[in-house]
Design a protein around this ligand. Structure first.
Ligand SMILES: Cc1ncc(COP(=O)(O)O)c(C=O)c1O
Length: 346
């Protein structure tokens, strides 16, 4: 923990060199360009929407099967979330439903690689291009996943990652914004820092658009730099556990595993199991001291999203069958064997 102690006593704990080094090394390790470290994934999403030109009254086609910040940020910019349906076998947005949800008011499509399993990105990118709308990738669950030859986060006009406490890697709280168009970096940087241009003397600088206090600081960036030293084997372990469960759980009666998008490689933040009786799976796992749960609440169930509710039959099926089991780096060989044995017994 010397690095952390050093930065704490350095007198330079705000945004500075550690943040810029973290941006540089993160981009290098995950094959990304044009990245900005942020205070949270939520802050990154907010700025992504603004940088993609989403304005009050615009529609954003999105998913309800996600953590709430995906959609509260749409409300935050005064836009309208339009919930497209998900594929009942994956929980990810169904391109057919996405296309059907687009109107002349649509400004962006916001996808989530749910639980770390990539969405059909090529199809959704093609829809975005055909309709002339932006594509934003919420990669909060998907650090280290791949789509075809490309690292996740490189197909959208903007993408975000989260380093909140329970993600693949953490800075306690933090996030990363990725912008496809490098010319947008300057304004995104200003939005991250009150609307001020860093480097211009404070007495001369002029705010033309109100920004936010969304920067990462040197302390959290130092935690991030330390995490980058160990993140590749940690993600590899998520993937190894995920593949193990895919192989071992696919032929148990009453259970099915998620259909993986062709050519993609999930990074299995959570292992998604689909069960005829998801409560029974939760009880079975509790019996061996393992927490299994649905984890998320489809966002349209919340009162704040009530005005935007619509029929989502694919999501209904997916959510009824959904149960997440742990597959992270902390799940060892014995743990995963125990999980499989218990599920086989039923
Ligand atoms: C899918 C998804 N999007 C966005 C976020 C927001 O990230 P953060 O908690 O870093 O603000 C999270 C995490 O909470 C998430 O799971």
């Amino acid at each position: 923990m010397t690095a952390l102690e050093n930065v704490l006593y350095s007198g330079m704990i705000g945004e500075g060199e550690a943040v810029y080094e973290f941006e540089h090394r993160f981009a290098e390790q995950f094959g990304l360009s044009n990245v900005l470290a942020m205070a949270s994934g939520t802050a990154a999403l907010h700025v992504a929407l603004l940088e993609c030109g989403v304005q009050p009254g615009d529609e954003v086609v999105t998913t309800s099967m996600t953590a709430e910040p995906t959609n509260t940020t749409i409300l935050q910019v005064g836009a309208i979330p339009v919930f497209a349906d998900v594929d009942p076998n994956t929980g990810n947005l169904d391109p057919v439903s996405v296309e059907a949800a687009i109107t002349e008011k649509t400004r962006a499509i916001l996808i989530v690689h749910y639980a770390g399993y990539p969405v059909p990105l090529a199809e959704i990118r093609a829809i975005a291009d055909r309709k002339g709308v932006a594509l934003i990738e919420d990669c909060a669950h998907a650090l280290g996943a791949r789509y075809g030859d490309a690292p996740i986060g490189t197909v959208g006009d903007a993408a975000i990652f989260s380093f909140q406490a329970i993600k693949h890697m953490t800075t306690v709280d933090g996030g990363m914004l990725v912008l496809r168009d490098p010319t947008r970096l300057r304004s995104a940087r200003k939005l991250r820092w009150f609307g001020l241009e860093k480097g211009v003397p404070r007495t001369e600088v002029d705010i033309t658009q109100a920004g936010y206090k969304y920067n990462m600081n040197n302390v959290t960036a130092t935690i991030g730099l330390t995490q980058l030293d160990v993140i590749q084997p940690a993600i590899a372990r998520h993937i190894d556990n995920g593949r193990f469960f895919d192989a071992e759980l696919s032929n148990i009666s009453g259970l099915s595993v998620v259909a993986i998008e062709a050519g993609s490689e999930p990074s299995y933040w959570l292992y998604t199991l689909l069960a005829d009786d998801s409560d029974a799976v939760e009880r079975c796992m509790a019996g061996i001291g393992v927490t299994a749960s649905k984890l998320h609440r489809p966002n349209h169930f919340h009162s704040v999203f009530a005005p935007y509710r619509r029929e989502l039959p694919g999501l209904d099926i997916f959510y009824r069958r959904l149960v997440h089991i742990p597959c992270g780096w902390w799940v060892g060989d014995d743990d995963r064997e125990r999980i499989v044995t218990a599920l086989r017994k039923g």
